[in-house]
Design a protein around this ligand. Structure first.
Ligand SMILES: Cc1cc2nc3c(=O)[nH]c(=O)nc-3n(C[C@H](O)[C@H](O)[C@H](O)COP(=O)(O)O)c2cc1C
Length: 354
């Protein structure tokens, strides 16, 4: 029996194993509404044996979308669109989460395969972006600085989206505080130059992410798991550090997060030493330093590698992103390679089980 296929219980949410699918934007929604593409994408991952599938960054407000094609949970209409997908996933016996997001200064960009690059202007389907300070991400326009009143309204946007996530049937929610989007922009001194209670000291920079986490926790049922994704380091001089992220993770746990999903980078353009498992040391540092459950993500592609990450105590779960696109039933292969039979095959596919 492997560690990868041991269940993990967070509150009363039982994740049947520790091989999870990371959130991945599909840039295929229309006015925030998910459709057939998302059904087949998440549907096929739901037949892949994973213990949790986390649906893509889903905007809590229209201006929080990364692109005009991002998914949303900012109207009740979005609930019904998601419900069709969560019903399908549940019929397969799989647990599904959704990542709640606001893209801040990195919003309103063209989707990756558009002919244009960078900012999609309001003359097309874009909009004026917002952020903690009028500091632009390279290649994008400077965001409008959020007023104190506007900052105070953000936690309720996330809470309202979490209520809709519940109505839409999600088992788990994840707050997106990573990759240079709004909450990470507040955390990092490289994008946050505020002089009010939300800028300056680490305590002030953490204030909004913690308020958001508390607001979501208040409306998210006490028995269901809440995750927060962070970028544990900016990989840059003067940026957010792993030591600060250890503090953050401790506070997130107090605010009601059950697991911290540890990623890195995305707030500034820097060279990141990318290689197999390159973010695992950051996950381990947060797990050991803060004493909170964590997941590790980033170039985890092989079952033995995933198993090793868990056995050595670097993380409590692993997330797989691109390899799950190449191989949506990766977890079924992983179970076979690790000689573990505790993985559910869909009856339609049983004849392929070796
Ligand atoms: C197509 C695609 C879309 C992504 N969208 C998101 C997203 O919505 N939210 C997020 O936190 N990370 C997103 N990511 C990052 C992944 O979740 C993951 O952290 C990253 O790809 C590293 O893992 P990997 O090496 O297994 O791909 C995306 C990655 C890809 C490839």
């Amino acid at each position: 029996m492997s560690r990868l296929f041991d269940p993990l219980t967070l509150r009363e949410t039982v994740l049947p194993n520790r091989a999870w699918v990371a959130p991945m934007c599909q840039y295929s929604a229309s006015d925030g509404l998910v459709g057939d593409w998302h059904l087949q994408h998440l549907g096929s991952l739901a037949t892949g044996g994973f213990g949790l599938v986390v649906a893509e960054a889903t905007a809590v407000v229209a201006e929080g979308r990364i692109t005009s094609r991002d998914a949303g949970l900012y109207t009740d209409e979005h609930v019904a669109a998601w419900r069709r997908i969560t019903d399908f996933v549940h019929e397969r016996g799989t647990v599904i989460g959704v990542q709640l997001a606001h893209a801040g200064r990195k919003a309103s960009t063209w989707w990756p395969w558009a002919e244009e690059r960078g900012y999609e202007p309001p003359s097309s389907a874009g909009w004026q972006t917002v952020g903690p300070s009028p500091v632009p991400f390279p290649g994008l326009p400077a965001p409008r600085e959020l007023t104190g009143e506007q900052v105070a309204a953000i936690p309720e946007l996330f809470a309202a989206a979490a209520r809709r996530a519940l109505a839409a049937g999600f088992d788990v929610v994840e707050v997106h505080a990573a990759h240079g989007y709004l909450l990470h922009e507040f955390l990092s001194p490289l994008s946050n130059e505020r002089t009010d209670d939300y800028g300056g000291s680490l305590e002030n920079r953490m204030r909004l992410p913690l308020e958001v986490t508390r607001a979501v926790r208040e409306v998210w049922p006490a028995e269901r798991a809440l995750l927060v994704r962070i970028s544990a380091t900016d990989w840059a001089e003067g940026g957010l550090t792993v030591d600060e992220s250890v503090q953050l993770a401790k506070e997130l746990a107090v605010a009601g997060a059950d697991l911290v999903d540890v990623s890195t980078g995305g707030n500034v353009l820097v060279d990141i030493p990318v290689g197999p498992g390159y973010q695992v040391p950051a996950a381990r540092a947060v797990r050991e330093g803060a004493g909170v459950p964590v997941s590790a993500v980033g170039l985890v592609t092989e079952p033995v590698q995933a198993e090793q990450i868990l056995v050595e105590g670097s993380a409590d779960a692993v997330m797989v992103a691109r390899q799950a696109l190449r191989e949506p039933r990766w977890a079924l292969r992983a179970a076979r390679e690790l000689g573990d039979e505790r993985v559910p095959w869909q009856p339609q596919y049983l004849r392929a089980r070796l």
